[in-house]
Design a protein around this ligand. Structure first.
Ligand code: SME
Length: 166
């Protein structure tokens, strides 16, 4: 039986250290990226309090004449928009720029895509492989300004771990 969740509330640094260790153990040696994303989405949901969505969007190459887009991957939470063009919303901004998006108030973010009306703040971290964005990790919270720089750093470390595991 797996019991991958913190035994008690932890300070951010320790929380992310445990989360990373669990993600490393669960994905080590497993070549199936979908299985790894599914388990990591579940871990994020177990470890991080006050979320209403945690999961992945993967990069889908552009069809002829189109732009690259993100397509929904494994997640925990309510059903969500399936395809997001690069540059659209918080996820599309992270994918297009390759930079973490830490958004305290999603309603103030130009082009924010509301999949769940309850979402108030959001953290999106790109996953890079060989210098290219291959996916983004998306976290949503019903609490304004839920995410901090410590969350951004922790999820960025997770993205590095997953670079060749998804
Ligand atoms: N809010 C995101 C869309 C994805 S959902 O939050 C799951 C965005 O603006 O890109």
């Amino acid at each position: 039986m797996y019991d991958f969740k913190p035994a008690a509330p932890l300070p951010a640094q320790e929380l992310y250290r445990e989360l990373l260790a669990s993600a490393g153990a669960l994905t080590e040696g497993e070549p199936d990226g979908v299985a790894n994303m599914a388990n990591v989405a579940a871990l994020l949901w177990e470890f991080l309090p006050d979320l209403n969505w945690a999961g992945f969007y993967r990069v889908a190459p552009a069809k002829a004449g189109g732009v690259d887009e993100l397509v929904l991957g494994p997640f925990v939470g309510r059903p969500a928009c399936i395809r997001i063009p690069f540059g659209s919303g918080v996820c599309g901004a992270a994918a297009a720029s390759g930079a973490t998006q830490l958004v305290e108030d999603v309603h103030a973010f130009p082009g924010h895509i509301a999949c769940d009306a309850a979402s108030a703040s959001e953290l999106v971290v790109p996953v890079l492989h060989d210098g290219r964005v291959i996916a983004v990790i998306d976290l949503d919270s019903p609490t304004p300004a839920r995410f901090t720089e410590a969350d951004a750093k922790g999820v960025e470390a997770l993205a590095v771990l997953l670079s060749d595991r998804i």
